[in-house]
Design a protein around this ligand. Structure first.
Ligand code: PGA
Length: 251
């Protein structure tokens, strides 16, 4: 019942010309040989409107990589939810570990942004994940429980069922050290159990939980064979059409 969801986070890569070339390739492939899966790209802000324009009518979603929670104001360098929507985004990544670790994002702030996303017609894809130190000191489940609770607490059951959660162990991001399918499945099942407790069984059964962290063409099939892994949030391997398309077309 949960449609697979494959998302590419471009991070701080791609000029406008490179962005257009990449989405042209993605679109050509998926127009020719469509998949019944949700596909999303999260380009940098500078390419967002052009990418959305190039993908109009393709079914491929476009997301911002972060946003501010306020409607508008004197926040130099920030982007408002309505501005993302206006540029053609339907989704927004929230609380990516790089945002948390390098730019001081907090659990509370991420929860506020999830609320603001729905208030502006955007679907949040909220990232949670433990560091290696937290995993090795048996704090993993407590950390994930706290991050998840803050991320979803301001959402109604209907919203939580639509919201997407991405489990991204910090030690797996950009390191080439992918979680094993069994490690990821264990956490995804835990997340779903927590969602059932906070928002009900129906919401937990509907919510898509993505895995992220060194997802590549050669490990996606194993990850997607696990029952609670509903898709992937892909960094490095989404920057080339060929590898992202192989991930989108997982077996
Ligand atoms: P990676 O990044 O696939 O390059 O590890 C994943 C992410 O940061 O979302």
């Amino acid at each position: 019942m949960r449609k697979p969801f494959l998302a590419g986070n471009w991070k701080m890569y791609k000029t406008l010309a490179e962005a257009k070339a990449l989405v042209a390739e993605l679109r050509a492939s998926l127009d020719k040989d469509p998949v019944s899966r949700e596909v999303l790209v999260a380009p940098p802000f500078t390419a967002l409107a052009s990418v959305a324009e190039a993908l109009r009518g393709s079914g491929i979603h476009v997301a911002g990589q972060t946003m501010h929670s306020e409607k508008e104001g004197a926040f130099t360098g920030e982007i408002a939810p309505a501005q993302l929507k206006d540029a053609g985004a339907s989704h927004v990544l929230l609380g990516h570990s790089e945002r948390r670790q390098l730019f001081g994002e907090t659990d509370e702030g991420v929860g506020k942004k999830a609320r603001a996303a729905f208030d502006n017609g955007l679907v949040p894809i909220t990232c949670i994940g433990e560091t290696l130190a937290e995993r090795e000191s048996d704090q993993m489940f407590a950390v994930l429980e706290r991050q998840l609770e803050r991320a979803l607490r301001q959402l109604s059951p209907e919203e939580a069922a639509i919201a997407v959660v991405a489990y991204e162990p910090v030690w797996a991001i950009g390191t080439g050290k992918v979680a094993t399918p069994a490690q990821a499945q264990e956490v995804h099942a835990f997340i779903r159990k927590q969602v059932a407790k906070s928002h009900g069984e129906g919401v937990a059964a509907a919510q898509r939980i993505l895995y992220g962290g060194s997802v590549k063409p050669d490990n996606i099939d194993g990850l997607m064979s696990e029952s609670d892994i509903d898709g992937a949030l892909v960094g490095g391997a989404c920057l080339k059409a060929e590898s992202f398309l192989r991930i989108v077309r997982f077996n």
